[in-house]
Design a protein around this ligand. Structure first.
Ligand SMILES: [Zn+2]
Length: 420
């Protein structure tokens, strides 16, 4: 908020400089010299936060806005829904120095709008909502996979580029939104594999920073390169395609829960803690907190949603081409889920628990093809997704060239200079 104070002072200095131009024009060749910029302390900015169990009236009273003036301010602040205003909401108050009552109050209405309330000497308080403007920049991160995807992204994207919460959104988008059908980030990454990603970073005129979307990415998994290039589809959604121009979407998602909710998948053959014997494990177990939403990995029809021996509360889904998926040890079913329900990919069907033979909350997931168990992590990603629509193939090819140029690791400066 110092910026505002500077702008005011700058305005004053410019005014004085203009006067000097006016007088010196007659003086001859000498160009006027602006007066040194004096930082004025004409204004003081104070921010205040609405506390829990407070109303807007309490907050404004702290700033000496009371009585009829308060009523007028609340009326001007009409875009703020008093029932939706929450503890923690920050208000910025601007005071003319040594004045007891602020002359301006600013508050955000979500990420797209800001409300400015101004006190006019004659009219009183007036409110005006204004859009927050966001600027889009492209950022590149490239390096090598570390022990986990989180650690990798954290190492490549510093806090001053994206704050931690926005960096986490980038990580989830990469794992679920871009590669959720083809790369298993709980298992496939090997330290040292190459990793390149181009993404949009948004900055607002108020100085906030947000993650936008992933434009392109290349992720090696044990030496195999997986590429993704974004193209906006006819409905305005981001669709990701491989280098060959095939959609990365498949009939099945790799994980039956959001990537951010699962901590790991674990081994196929292990000692059963309750049966006290080692036996082949016919599915994949995902560690997740009790209550974590479980999602259908593909479109299909529920054939069972009930208790079934060691599975506990289990949902079984029949999919096309002889495929069946099972989700066991649930705590509860999602509403409307019963035998006969048709479900879509990523629809929530129940919640993680530890019913049946389980000694801790986790999700046990099985994938059967023609009645035989197969490893879902390898079974689902073969084959190819839908190709880029023919009419947009040329557009895709030129986008891909641009994205590849963005993703190319920077050349050594000497070589770049020689090539130019
Ligand atoms: Zn299991």
């Amino acid at each position: 908020m110092h910026r505002r104070a500077l702008r005011v002072a700058g305005g004053l200095a410019a005014g004085i400089a203009l006067l000097r131009i006016g007088t010196s024009v007659f003086g001859g060749d000498d160009l006027p010299v602006a007066l040194p910029l004096v930082v004025s302390t004409a204004y003081e900015e104070r921010s205040d936060t609405l506390q829990s169990s407070e109303t807007l009236s309490h907050l404004f009273a702290r700033h000496n806005i009371v009585g009829s003036e308060l009523l007028q301010l609340l009326e001007a602040a009409e875009p703020i829904d008093p029932r939706r205003v929450r503890a923690g909401q920050v208000f910025a108050f601007r005071y003319v120095l040594n004045e007891p009552v602020p002359e301006r109050v600013t508050v955000r209405l979500g990420s797209e709008q800001i409300l400015r309330l101004k006190r006019d000497v004659d009219v009183g308080w007036l409110g005006e909502s204004q859009p927050i403007y966001w600027t889009v920049n492209t950022e590149i991160a490239w390096g090598q996979i570390r022990s986990s995807l989180y650690e990798t992204v954290e190492g490549l994207v510093p806090d001053d580029v994206l704050p931690p919460a926005e960096r986490a959104r980038l990580t989830w988008d990469l794992a679920d939104g871009v590669f959720g059908w083809v790369v298993d980030f709980t298992r496939d990454n090997y330290p040292g594999d190459a990793f390149e990603i181009a993404y949009e970073r948004l900055t607002s005129d108020l100085g906030d920073v947000r993650f936008g979307r992933i434009l392109a990415a290349k992720v090696e998994t044990r030496g195999v390169e997986n590429s993704a290039y974004v193209m906006t589809d006819d409905r305005g959604f981001n669709a990701y395609y491989s280098a060959e121009g095939h959609s990365l979407r498949r009939a099945f998602k790799l994980y039956p829960a959001e990537f951010r909710r699962i901590s790991s998948g674990f081994s196929r053959n292990r000692y059963h803690p309750i049966l006290k014997q080692s036996r082949p494990h016919l599915g994949v177990d995902y560690s997740a907190a009790s209550g974590t939403p479980i999602m259908a990995t593909g479109d299909g029809t529920v054939t069972r949603a009930s208790r079934w021996g060691g599975y506990g509360l289990v949902v079984v889904i029949r999919h096309p081409k002889g495929i069946q998926t099972r989700y066991a040890h649930m705590r509860s079913l999602a509403s409307g889920i019963h035998a006969g329900t048709r479900v879509r990919q990523s629809q929530v069907i129940g919640y993680v628990g530890m019913s049946g033979l389980a000694n801790a909350p986790h999700l046990h997931y099985e994938f059967l093809k023609n009645g035989r168990h197969v490893d879902p992590r390898t079974a689902v990603r073969f084959g190819e997704g839908d190709p880029v629509p023919k009419a947009r193939r040329a557009e895709f090819d030129s986008l891909k060239i641009q994205y590849d140029r963005l993703l190319a690791p920077p050349a050594a400066p000497t070589i770049a200079a020689g090539l130019d």
